[in-house]
Design a protein around this ligand. Structure first.
Ligand code: CTP
Length: 418
């Protein structure tokens, strides 16, 4: 079935790139209906957008003909995804505060569909604490926010705030359209997946939380790899909980089949070395929670061609080398996060092994989990928090509750209360 995007273009110099975005989406078979804010019409004409979308372009809330024919509520719900690109600081501020003073912002308030905002603005406007506060609020509300690019700006300044390339935005839109919570089943609230029905609390507003999750795959040859049984569920639940608490969340994920939680910036990687590079690239962070089950070893030399049996009955020799330890690297990093949390999957002497890891890796806390039962891949977890202050044993509970409780504890520690 054709996927439909409602594209809201707000008024910034990057608005002209919305034309290229529409073309990229149409090439991918996505139907686009466009809405232009009043100021966007200074940069792009409804005519050019109308030609490219092959549809009527909407602009004025009080165009009675349109209201009678379609209605703003209907317009906001006929798409599978609502995209605001470019999203100016002004429209982000309105969205964060629920202001609905034109058609675009009214649609954003009325929609029950997932929303992707793609900000573009001057570097100082981007870094302004008001904009960052609004973005934190939007992420906590479940809006997916794409990070702007860095580079030279139309105004001559240099820095972060450029609209990402239309192809990159189209990639992100395609990814969101494929996640289960972006489906458009009639009458079903779709912005939040089932896990995310709790209220956002803002306890981590303004903080950057970096999380690793899932396994890593270490190639042996083009068709085989070394891996482990991690499902990524616990790490993804923690990322969702951190986003609900208002944090900017970077989730570095190994190969898993899980949808990105709302409001989370996800970086997909495959190997331990890629995971380390992505983690270091995401610094600085206020807190880092290393939940990934990183493969301890990789092959010394992955083969370019598939390894074949040679008929001797002897297996191909596999020389292994140790992977970098990402948690330990962060523990001794010049940009070490203020709070560094590791996980330790253990089958015996749980607290004892966790204490040894705490010291060895330079972490503040180790969340030790007993994986002797069915934890790997299951929905429940049984953990103990090991720190220099002692050991806190939590009862067995669902992984999303472990996530909420851990995020509460992290928020308290960062605010100096814990
Ligand atoms: N970890 C990491 N990089 C690695 C190995 C582990 O960042 N190369 C992190 C994990 O994400 C986790 C913690 O270290 O937060 C502990 O992982 P674990 O596999 O239990 O520890 P190991 O050091 O591999 O210890 P062992 O396998 O000997 O128990």
């Amino acid at each position: 079935m054709t996927k439909r995007v409602l594209l809201i273009v707000s008024g910034g110099i990057a608005a002209y790139k919305s034309l290229e975005l529409v073309r990229a989406l149409r090439r991918r078979g996505v139907a686009v209906r466009a809405v232009l804010t009043g100021s966007a019409q200074q940069f792009v004409t409804p005519l050019s957008l109308g030609v490219l979308t092959e549809d009527h372009v909407y602009g004025d809330m009080f165009d009675l003909k349109e209201e009678r024919e379609i209605g703003h509520i209907q317009l906001s719900r006929q798409a599978d995804l609502v995209v605001v690109a470019p999203a100016t600081a002004n429209i982000l501020a309105k969205m964060a505060n629920g202001i609905a003073d034109d058609l675009a912002t009214t649609l954003l308030l009325a929609t029950d569909k997932p929303v992707l905002a793609v900000p573009a603005m001057n570097v100082r406007m981007w870094h302004h604490c008001a904009t960052q506060r609004n973005l934190a609020q939007l992420r906590a509300d479940g809006v997916h926010v794409m990070e702007p690019d860095s580079g030279e700006m139309a105004c001559g300044e240099y820095g972060k705030g450029r609209l990402p390339e239309p192809e990159a935005i189209a990639d992100e839109i395609e990814r969101l359209l494929q996640t289960p919570f972006a489906s458009s089943e009639v009458g079903k609230p779709v912005r939040q997946p089932v896990l995310d029905t709790r209220e956002p609390n803002g306890a981590l507003a303004g903080r950057h939380v970096l999380i690793t999750a899932g396994p890593t795959h270490e190639p042996i040859d083009p068709v085989r790899y070394i891996a482990n049984r991690s499902s990524g569920k616990q790490g993804f639940a923690i990322a969702a909980a951190a986003a609900r608490a208002g944090a900017r969340v970077t989730l570095v994920a190994g190969p898993v089949h899980l949808p990105t939680p709302p409001g989370v910036d996800r970086v997909d990687v495959e190997t331990a070395r890629q995971m380390l590079a992505a983690v270091e690239g995401a610094l600085p962070a206020d807190a880092a929670i290393m939940v990934a089950a990183v493969a301890d070893w990789r092959t010394a030399d992955a083969a370019d061609q598939k390894l074949k049996k040679d008929g001797s009955g002897q297996p191909a020799p596999l020389a292994l080398v140790e992977n970098p330890d990402i948690l330990a690297t962060l523990g001794h990093h010049a940009q070490r996060p203020a709070l560094l949390v590791g996980f330790a999957a253990e089958t015996q002497k749980i607290a004892e092994h966790a204490q040894a890891k705490l010291a060895r890796k330079g972490a503040d806390w180790i969340v030790a989990n007993d994986v002797s039962g069915g934890v790997m891949g299951g929905d429940d977890n049984s953990v103990q928090i090991v720190s220099a202050q002692g050991i806190d044993v939590w009862p067995a509970m669902p992984k999303d509750q472990v996530a909420d409780r851990l995020i509460d504890r992290i928020a308290s520690a960062l605010s100096g209360r814990g």
